[in-house]
Design a protein around this ligand. Structure first.
Ligand code: FES
Ligand code: FES
Length: 164
C-alpha cells in the first residue's frame, strides 16, 4: 500500500504495510539512517524522531499512526557543513562517545527546546530520561542541551523584543 509521508518538509511516497514501524520506513525506504535501531521495544530512545512536534519512538510507531503528520529526523536539523543549534552544541561539548544514541538524544532535546527554549536543569533531565546512553555520556549530553538553550536565548536577546 502506498502512503505519502511528510518527512523533513518533503512529501515522500512509500510502499509499505501500514503496520511497518516508522523507523524501518525511514531507514530502509527513505535511506534516512540517522535514527537508530537499539532495542526495537520502545525502551532506549535510539530511534527518536519528532512527529507533529512531539518526540516519538519510531520503532514502535506504525506507519498507520503517522498519517499526514509531519515527521522530522536529524537529517532535517542541519548538515556537517551547517549544523543546527543542538548539533553544534553536542559537538562543542563532545557529547558523543560511540554516537549510537546521539541522533535520538538530539531529536528528543529538539522537541523540548521548541516547546520550552529555556528549560531548567530538572526539566531537561526529566525530559531526556527516557533516552539511554550505554557509553555513559549523560552529563555531557545534559551540558549540550543547556548550551543549546543558552545559544537560543542569546540569539533571541540579540534579535531584541518583537512588536506587533
Ligand atoms: Fe526504539 Fe529502542 S529502538 S526505543
Ligand atoms: Fe554511545 Fe551514547 S554515545 S550509546
Amino acid at each position: 500500500m502506498t502512503t505519502t509521508l511528510n518527512v523533513n518538509g518533503q512529501p515522500r511516497a512509500v510502499d509499505a504495510d501500514p503496520a511497518t514501524p516508522l523507523l524501518y520506513v525511514l531507514r530502509d525506504d527513505l535511506q534516512l539512517h540517522g535514527a537508530k535501531f537499539g532495542c526495537g521495544l520502545g525502551q532506549c530512545g535510539a530511534c527518536t524522531v519528532i512527529v507533529d512536534g512531539q518526540a516519538a519512538l519510531s520503532c514502535i510507531t506504525p506507519l498507520s499512526a503517522v498519517g499526514a503528520r509531519p515527521v522530522r529526523t536529524i537529517e532535517g536539523l542541519g548538515s556537517v557543513d551547517k549544523p543546527g543549534v543542538l548539533q553544534a552544541a553536542f559537538i562543542a561539548e563532545q557529547a558523543a562517545q560511540c554516537g549510537y544514541c546521539i541522533a535520538g538524544m538530539v531529536m528528543r532535546a529538539q522537541a523540548l527546546l521548541e516547546r520550552n527554549p529555556a528549560p531548567t536543569d530538572a526539566q531537561i533531565r526529566e525530559h531526556m530520561a527516557i533516552n539511554l546512553c550505554r557509553c555513559g555520556t549523560h552529563m555531557r549530553i545534559l551540558r549540550a542541551v543547556r548550551r543549546a538553550s543558552d545559544m537560543l536565548k542569546s540569539a533571541a536577546t540579540a534579535e531584541g523584543p518583537r512588536h506587533g
